[in-house]
Design a binder for this molecule. Sequence first.
Ligand code: PMP
Ligand code: PLP
Length: 507
Amino acid sequence: ANGTELPKAKDLWYKLSPEALSRRPSPLKTAFKYAIDPKIVSLGGGLPLPAYFPFESLSATAPAPPFQTYNNPELAKDAPMISVSVDRYNHANDPGMIPLATAMQYGQSDGCKPLLEWIYEHTETVHHPPYSNWGCLMTVGNTQGLDAALRLLCSRGDSIIAEEYTFSSAMETAHAQGVKSVPVKVDLEGILPKELDEQLASWEGPLPKFLYTIPTGQNPTGGTLSNERRKAVYEVLQKYDIMIVEDEPYYFLQMDPYVPGASKTAPPPPPTAQEDPEKYSKFLSKLITSYLSLDVDGRVLRLDSFSKVMAPGTRLGWIVAQAPLIERLTRQNEVSIQTPAGMSQAIVYSLLSKWGQEGYLDWLVELRKEYTHRRNVCLDALSKYFIEPTGYAPKGLGEYVEWIGPTAGMFFWLKFNARKHPSFGKLSPLEIESKIYEAAIEHGVLFIPGSWFRADQDPVDPKVIPGEGEDADIFFRGTFATVPEAQLIRGVELFAETIAKEFGAAN
Ligand code: PMP
Ligand code: PLP
């Protein structure tokens, strides 16, 4: 951060939960700086001797930037690969290596220093947080990052707000800590700032502690909130002095605009930096504005993760927030995860330092291309099987279904009006949803019912039948990330056949 020009974050210490306030530094950790000082003979720290770590070295092979042929079935066998390795002591003084003697040792609860520095640099490049005293802390992914954020800011009996449909494990995390989640109204794009303002204006009791939001490629809706709405939501939350936790595992899975029929041609490889010297600045300028980059107050905790851009099993993520909050979270790491696994940090750091910041952007550009193509395949299949006339639906299914083409993430979200189902009235929308879910499985395809993602944890009576003028929408979540293209297309077709049959569209 450019500390000379930017102001510091607001003092938000009063936002901390009693749990966060009562955390004390571990006295043993305060002695750690002496234990690793080569001038001091340490009989103090209970550190096992690195010579007894039964790992002399670790190595991995990975694709090499700029990934021109990676994942192209005809060329991938020739894709250039690189090897990365880590050894116990790094006698060669390779700056791109965290020696195992360090990475596998007790020590840094906020994460291995070289990796953290790499992440700082990446965060500055992508988000330019607009205040000076921001910091980063490693987590074992956004699942744990949210658990930490809840402990930092909430106590039993508090509430948070979240998109009406949201990541169900996030709601479970809150629920188990006694924190109530209250839905905020969304459309297919995401949060509606005006409705949010009205909801908070008429809020009864203590205001929610934070907004939990997945603004980019939302899970489950696939929605990406526009820059304008993000600004408006931020202003509303400033007005009520509410914190923001942005959970952004899909941030870099942003896509180029959808052009109907685009899936027919294989996407060309992205240019190399030699071919297009502005490759990186173009990529960065296309990325949507994060809440972190709007955060003049320091009220945002951004949760980032390598899960969707490398692999979920790296179990590596990080939190970006104002330094006083990062300090509290470091105390929390000390007594919970300590730090993510040393092997994971060491090998991922080796790869990142071999790739370099630009090589990592090359990787993200490549992912963007791949996800854009899969999204195109999915949307072309949706048009073909849901909108165009077919044998099973001579007039198409357009009158039953609605979606917006996702511009980020892994998910697509189909909206149906349960009133159009022939059993509406005898059955409630939730019963119709569950009937369709089962019929789809019977027909050989799995989609997840939207109601499974509802942010409010109070059980609703599944039998309630809405009256005239009341909402009767039901939703299903699909993903275009997981299966090969042909299966993705077949899955969409199978679901369309199920819907045609369920809604009686054959005649
Ligand atoms: N429990 C005890 C009794 C310990 O001595 C230690 C390590 N000093 C720990 C837990 C921490 O163990 P771990 O590295 O498995 O989190
Ligand atoms: N947050 C959201 C919104 C997700 O969709 C997921 C993925 O399943 C996660 C968090 C989990 O992320 P991580 O693997 O980083 O814990």
